[in-house]
Ligand binder design. Sequence first.
Ligand SMILES: Nc1ncnc2c1ncn2[C@@H]1O[C@H](COP(=O)(O)OP(=O)(O)OP(=O)(O)O)[C@@H](O)[C@H]1O
Ligand SMILES: [Mg+2]
Length: 499
Amino acid sequence: MDKPALLEMRGICKEFPGVKALDNVDLTVRPGTVHALMGENGAGKSTLMKCLFGIYHRDAGTIKLDGKEVDFKSSKDALENGVAMVHQELNQALTRSVQDNLWLGRYPKVGGIMVSESIMARETKKIFDTLEVTVNPKAIMSTLPVSQRQMVEIAKAVSYNSKIIVFDEPTSSLTETEVEHLFRIINMLRDKGCGIIYISHKMEEILRISDDVTIMRDGQWVATRPAKELTMDEIIRLMVGRELTNRFPEKTNKPGDVILDVQHIAGKYTRLKDATFQLRKGEILGIAGLDGSGRTEVLENLFGAMTREGGTITLHGKPIRNRTPKEAIKNGFALLTEERRATGIFGIRDIKENTVISSLKDYLMGGFYLNDKKMKDNTDWAIQAMHIKTPGQHTQIRSLSGGNQQKVILGRWLLTKPEILLLDEPTRGIDVGAKYEIYQLIIDLANEGKGVIMVSSEMPELLGVCDRILVMSGGQVAGEVDARNTTQEEILTLAAKYV
Ligand SMILES: Nc1ncnc2c1ncn2[C@@H]1O[C@H](COP(=O)(O)OP(=O)(O)OP(=O)(O)O)[C@@H](O)[C@H]1O
Ligand SMILES: [Mg+2]
């Protein structure tokens, strides 16, 4: 660690009611480097960054920027003094334009008067051009896919010309091409001498992009090492505090008879052109493919979340239609969407309410009363089964860490006891230890005779958990492989078939 520090955080402490979120944490970031911050869900990564950024006020500790002690009172204060942050939870004005979002809170002024839309558009274009972002500045935010909204957020943070830029799980909703784009931006910032703090649960990304790695556990600093001295196993050991010998549980489920037969479904106005496949009782079917190959659309189509064009669906030998999600739920389907954080969370409601909301009819007594004990028991089950880190079930969901919020939503769908469970990127944003628990839950469901279809962009996860893998390419099924008898190469070759 040769160069003097750009950012120095020392002895940072922060307590919330019932939780010591940060306990004497240190972090030193050198100029011109990417510093990864790692740790399990709820370890305190986002809280540490929010203390830096003036969103939370620390209880103790000092922060030095360029050798000078600083104490930001608000995020505005931080931004004006050289610290920018891309948040884990997007918080954008969806009914406003892209450029409004970019300039919100700092509209460019000339002589005290706000500049015209056209000057704003020109300034926006300048920023987008340097970063090679191709989003239309005049587009209304809500019309953009989440990945493009995320790129706008990234461009915004970078446009402040800050010395320190924090990326809190920036890639969780980016496509693979956009991840590469982000990495080019990060490398550019590094070359300019910025200090970049990078938070992610994707181990491969960390080892690729970072210079230094700091690992936290239960609100405490555990280690800081140069990335090139670390291996994936070593990081996992430091994060979870024990050896994690297997990343996947034993596969005990046995696929039985075919329960679901899908013939030639296609989607109107979408990328899905033709999908035919079957699902067996107790089977876990994976769906692989590149971004835009129609993976997610297969699930949405089955669930009635998009207009279907042609094709048939047969469940237990009987034709079904699933024209709407409501109809699909009645037929025993459940869908865990890819964008659960944006669509599935009732922020000020507590964990219990968020858990039972989709299975309320199971708690009805005499048609009028809800069985509170059963709701509590089921919520306790979810908290234990997935190790949700919380002081109790009456905690508001928005005060949980990002990954723990995801677990609550997964629990919600598991409790609807679906016969066919559709999972889109079930472990996105979830730490390695908790991933194992979630794989175990999926296998348990299959053991109970449910059929599971899961889309994932993580190949090892598909190979480790599924029985069969359907590979999508250009909106069609390019092939089907036995998960125990295939390789990543074979899947990638199929994925490129119709590109
Ligand atoms: N506003 C808040 N009120 C109460 N508790 C909070 C609040 N913000 C965070 N916490 C708690 O502080 C702890 C650390 O949370 P934090 O969000 O920093 O975790 P994280 O490391 O970012 O996890 P993840 O990987 O899931 O995003 C958690 O136990 C969380 O529930
Ligand atoms: Mg976080």
